[in-house]
Design a protein. Sequence first.
Length: 294
Amino acid sequence: MSSTGAPQKMRGRKRTGLRNGLFSAWGALVFLFLFAPIAVIVVYSFNSGRVLASWDGFGFGAYVNAVNSSVIVSSVVTSLQAAVGAALLSTLLGTLGGIALARARRGTWWAGGLMGLLALTLITPEIVDGIAFLPWFVTLGVDAGLGPFNNGLVRLIVAHAMFSVAVVTFIIRARMAGVDASLEEAAADLGAGRFEAFRTVTLPIAGPGILAGALMSFTLSLDNTILSSFVQQPGYTPWPVYIFASVRVALRPEVAAMSTIMLLLTLVALAVVALVLKRSGDSATGIVKTMAGS
């Protein structure tokens, strides 16, 4: 019995090793397929030619031209301003909504309605949102005379925040789902008021989720093209819309250079958030769950 069992175990280990090797190779191919286009853009950002698709030699001229182009810099600044504004607005609303949903009792009607409304904003096609926002902003800004809604930057912030607030809310809700409500009650027993208990107990616990939600909102705003195309105004053209307009003619290396800079900015932001989450005591699994909102 033992003489035949050993070869069977060896064959089983070989099959398991072969299967794991095939899965690893398949995973590597998938990641290569996903990230190869990004690598190509980074490489071609050092193209010294006039057209992105035509490689004429290695150089840093595209970066110099991108930084010196007032149109490119203006579009990038507009995108960053809109992303920061949308992140602040969606994080404020999402934090309040996420904490409220985490504390709501199971089966509460308003909690179910809010969850459904937020889920609806996620599954609604962006082109539908854009078509709805454009006349709505015109109604508020022109017909109702509300001046801020005639500003292109305000329109971008509101539209992007509407799309991001659901993501932030779900992340905060996931972060606060397992928190014992007796922690705030203990703070109250020690003499802390409701606001003080919220500031000293609830916010520090929700802090990693708030940071992750703000980053998600920031990155979602940076690459939002469809909504931005509908609500943008002259003088407030964000970077994705500028790239989309450039594609119709011919992409220049300056676009790849600035895109590479934006990529580095996003990676730095991700690294900072991961560092903060790590220092807060979260494990690698906890960091991933927080970022994914699960």
